[in-house]
Design a protein around this ligand. Sequence first.
Ligand code: FE2
Length: 291
Amino acid sequence: MAGGPPGPTFDLGPLAGPLIVFGGPLGNIDALDALLTEARALGVAPQNMICTGDVAAYCADPAPCVATLREARIRVVMGNCEQSLAEDGEDCGCDFIAGSTCDALADAWYQYTRARMTPQDRAWMAALPRRLNFTMGDVRIAVIHGGGCKINRYLFAGDRHALAEEMATLGAEMVIAGHSGLPFTTDIGGGLWHNPGALGLPANDGTPRVWYALITAAAGEITIAQRPLDYDYRAQARKMRAAGLPEAYAQTIESGLWPDTALLPEAQARATGQALRPLTVAWRAANFVGP
Ligand SMILES: [Fe+2]
């Protein structure tokens, strides 16, 4: 069900920073509430926050996550979970590898989430854009979920050829995407691909922290700070167990380790359990300054 032609695009025009971008809350209201608290502390208003999709999945509080984003009017691009839930589809459309642990567990969390969506929630999801465009410091930026044409395409830091192809197709100088769950920022030769990671699940780095990014622009240069977020992960794990959701993901919330790494390229799979460090990248077209 996931995939298909690109859906509607919304143009936001020029945005002044700072901007918070974040991946799917995945039904984890404790992480989403912590991010909103962090945003207030940083002086970032909800209209300067963008989510890369997959609002409701895996965790115990899908409806509160939808309500919070809707009430705050935070901008969201459609993830494959929203695409499936909007249609009241039978599966999440994550495109897990057949026979993998994640594939085996998907029906349990998806049906839990599906049962908690109201017609209004589904209508909100159906109206989400597949792509957001904006400019920052004259740089053309596109926000999508997975790939430009395939909403559930998994792309990782080392997929340079695929990232370059996607960026050329999208016609943007910088792309912000989600879906794959790991934060990274990759210069692909004149363009920059950024994934802020997932907000609702940790980054398979052996810590319960989740990740988001703070983006600022000054003097034609864009700075992306990949930042960890501590939150009350024990509360979320308790709720997941009380709800009868898969124990493997409750353990993931606590341990920071994914149930399986079948989807990960070799380098990312090898990095399992290695604590990620905050990263700040300053970039301007054709002049990337990395760590
Ligand atoms: Fe996704």
